[in-house]
Design a binder for this molecule. Structure first.
Ligand code: DX5
Ligand code: ZN
Length: 206
């Protein structure tokens, strides 16, 4: 299982915390970008942290204006940029825009969005980010309907020989990870960064 460490719950000493993350074997740093519109909270700009973001980056855009944030965050050379299927922009166009920049495309869905909404895009995307909490904040409780979505996505992937990764985001800990069978990447924020020994927490999730 791959692990993406979310830095959303880090309150202060961000540089020290990022140095600590860089010393773990986390597969990705997961950057949660919020615009105060798609979700009520707005996150600070991550570009000033560029020199501390030394792991492959997995950027999760919880924003309405995906093209604007894409233009901004391309500078961090992320491996993945993920946007939400609920945005009011043509999804095919967004997929194309991200692929044009040689960045892998992820699509995410909120807990109440039917997974069938993703079907038209599954053949061309690189990642599905299944939200296991309502997007907007760290430290929430894992929602139980998540495992059905993961299993559905895993089954379709096998049947159709699609190549997307399945990533799960929100409320992941050493117990809820058991409900993520079929997933490839677990995003974890508070479970890792609210503890002193990040590597120990990551080992518990793998
Ligand atoms: C929620 C974010 C998540 C969150 C994960 O909107 O997308 O990435 O930070 O944090 P935990 O692991 O604390 O639920
Ligand atoms: Zn996230």
């Amino acid at each position: 299982m791959k692990i993406a460490t979310s830095i959303l719950s880090i309150q202060d000493h961000i540089h020290d915390c990022l140095e600590k993350i860089n010393h773990t074997d986390t597969d990705y740093i997961h950057l949660d970008v919020m615009d105060g519109q798609f979700v009520s909270h707005k996150t600070a700009d991550y570009i000033p942290l560029k020199n501390y973001l030394l792991k492959p980056l997995d950027i999760h855009l919880m924003v309405e204006d995906v093209p604007a944030y894409l233009e901004h965050y391309v500078a961090l050379k992320p491996e993945y940029i993920t946007f939400h299927v609920e945005v009011n922009t043509k999804i095919e166009k967004l997929i194309h825009m991200i692929h044009e920049k040689n960045i892998k495309v992820g699509i995410s869905l909120k807990p109440d969005t039917p997974v069938s909404f993703l079907i038209p895009y599954l053949n061309e995307i690189d990642l599905v980010l299944v939200m296991s909490v309502e997007p907007g904040a760290g430290g929430q409780t894992f929602l139980e309907n998540t495992s059905d979505k993961i299993q559905f996505l895993d089954r379709i992937r096998k049947e159709k020989q699609y190549h997307y990764m399945i990533e799960v985001d929100g409320g992941i800990n050493e117990k809820t990870k058991e409900q993520c069978i079929g997933a490839d990447i677990l995003v974890s924020g508070s479970f890792i960064t609210n503890h002193d020994d990040y590597q120990h927490q990551i080992d518990m999730l793998r």
